[in-house]
Structures are given as C-alpha cells and as structure tokens.
Design a protein around this ligand. Sequence first.
Ligand SMILES: Nc1nc2c(ncn2[C@@H]2O[C@H](COP(=O)(O)OP(=O)(O)OP(=O)(O)O)[C@@H](O)[C@H]2O)c(=O)[nH]1
Length: 350
Amino acid sequence: MADSALSATRGRVPCTIITGFLGAGKTTLIRNLLEQTGGSRLAIVVNEFGDVGIDGEILRSCGVENCPQDNIVELANGCICCTVADDFAPALDRILALEPKVDHILIETSGLALPKPLVQAFQWPAIRGRVTVDGVIAVVDGPALAEGRVAADPAALETQRAADASIDHDDPVEEVFEDQIACADLVIVSKTDLLGEADRARVEETLRPHLPPAVRIVAGVNGKVDAAVALGLGLGVEDDIENRRTHHDDEADHEHDEFDSFVVELPAVARPEDLARRISAAVEAENILRLKGFAHVEGKPLRLLVQAAGPRVDHYFDRPWSADETPRTRLVVIGLKGIDRAAIERILAA
Ligand SMILES: Nc1nc2c(ncn2[C@@H]2O[C@H](COP(=O)(O)OP(=O)(O)OP(=O)(O)O)[C@@H](O)[C@H]2O)c(=O)[nH]1
C-alpha cells in the first residue's frame, strides 16, 4: 500500500466511509485494511444498529499497532445517519485531538444506515475544514444478492430499473441496499468464495446498471482487497454527494422504524455446534436479517463469537474472558418490524 496515499489531503484528514447491508462483510474488510496499512496511523468509527457493540470488540481484538484501542470509537444503539450531530461530530473531535495525529479515518456505518446524510455532514462548517470524504465503499454480500435476500429477484429488478431509474420500492431492505450502492465510489462484492462463476457474473450484471461507469466493482474474499484500491481515492465526495439520487432524498427526516432489534440472553451452552444449530433453525423459521453476539461455553475460559448473516452461521473463540467480565451469552437479533421475538427466543433457548 502506498502510505503516501493516506497522507492528509490539503491539511484535511481523509475519511473512508464503508457502507453495506447487514452482515455484508464491512468489519471483515476493515480488519484486512488495517493489516495492510502499517505505516499509517489510523482511527475507526464503528456504528451499530443494535445496542450491543460487537464490531468494535472484534476490531479491538485485532490488536493492530497502528490503530490502538483509543483510536476505535464505537457508536452503538442507532444508525449514524440519524445521530450525526449528536454522536458522529463529537467522535470526530475526539479522534482529531488524538496524539499522534491520525492519517486516515475509516468509518463503518451500521448495515441499516444511509450513507448520504453522513457524507452531507462533511459539508458542515465545523467539519468541512478538518476532514474530507476520501471515498465511499459499498460492500455487497454476493450470495445475498444472488439469492434475492437484499434485492428481490435481481433479474426482475434490473428490468424494472431499466424502465424507470427512479422507481421506488416499498421493500425497506431493498431501499436501504439501493441507497447504499447509489452513494458508492467503489463496490466490493464479498463472499465470492461461496458463488459459482455464473452467479458471480450475474451479481456484477445486476449491480452495473445502478452504478456510474467510473465506479469499479471488485471481488473480495474474506475482506482481502488491496488497500491501494480502496484507500487514497482522494475524491472529496462531500462536493459530489448531491448528485447521487437515493430513495430518501426528499425526506427531511427519515426513520429506521421498519426495522427492529433486541438482545437475547441465554444460559451457558454446552457446545458451540449446539448454539449454531439453534441459530440456524431460528434464521430458517423467522425472518432474521442479522444475528451476532458472544457466548459462554461451559467449562471454556474463551469467549465464543457467533454470528449469522442469512443462512450461514460462523463461530470461533476470539479471546479469553477477561478477569472483570462475567462470561455470558448475549445475542443481538435484527429483523423487520414485527419480527416474532417470542418465537425466536423459544428456538434459541430450546
Ligand atoms: N465465506 C465468506 N464469509 C465472509 C466473507 N466476508 C465476511 N464473511 C462472514 O460474513 C459474516 C459477516 O461479516 P462482517 O464483516 O461481520 O459483516 P458486517 O457487514 O460488518 O456486519 P454488520 O456490521 O452486522 O452489518 C461473518 O461471519 C464473516 O466471517 C467472505 O468473503 N467469505
């Protein structure tokens, strides 16, 4: 990675905004970028819809020297697009006051956040002179798109779009997904290891009509994308953001009330596989968009990180429970409003 590309532009610190629907692979990408940018001092703002900060924990456990714990600011419990003034601006102040000074800031939005209001905040006088948006990266979950989980029937959507580029959908998942890619300067299709050749090509064909020709689409398996491709774009996106049409453009205020999130507390589990099986069953039975958390496994001094994005469940022990923590199992569940909490709790506890 050319670290010079990360140096401040005209005295302003470049910020890369990483957007993408729930579970697309944003945190995985950031972990990878951190490992490649050893010569630069980084800071991260990580935002989550649910009220338990998991991504911040994951990133802190990377223990990367050029991005120490103090440089990772977590904004949980809401979407950054709605809390720009209250949460994001003060977080930026804290980061810009850090010593040594940071060279580049990575901002991971929640999977339900709309990037446009966040980029617009970079036009505010108090922010404008100090930072600039280097680029907006949208991470797209390849299998989710191929399976119609983030945009119903990609082929039909494409035909619809070709007929009317400003078409509005009532599906909140599709709207969030489309607003995220509408703001992108670079699209990273994740999880292509889970796709065949034909599906990969189809995903790219589906995305292309949504994007201006200059926007590249690159594949990234497990977040492995060359930092020189993703960072140092130098685009000053805040000056162009009004040109990017999104579904929420005409809303003075938008809500995320189509979505719901809650935390499920469970007793210690006997084996990770048992919990993974119950999570799979819950995802299959109910319309869960994302589930993630930490679990206490009986007799284990290690914390189990467990997460599901769509039908796939991943789990691994990420670190020992620390002396000041009580080992426990807490899972954040995100779904559409009206998701059947009682049914999910029953399946997870079974
Ligand atoms: N097979 C495969 N799994 C991946 C890849 N990238 C990410 N994942 C897995 O997908 C899940 C979600 O990844 P994250 O990086 O946490 O996604 P995210 O976008 O940060 O999730 P939210 O912040 O909850 O929206 C995790 O279980 C990852 O291990 C990939 O390229 N291939």
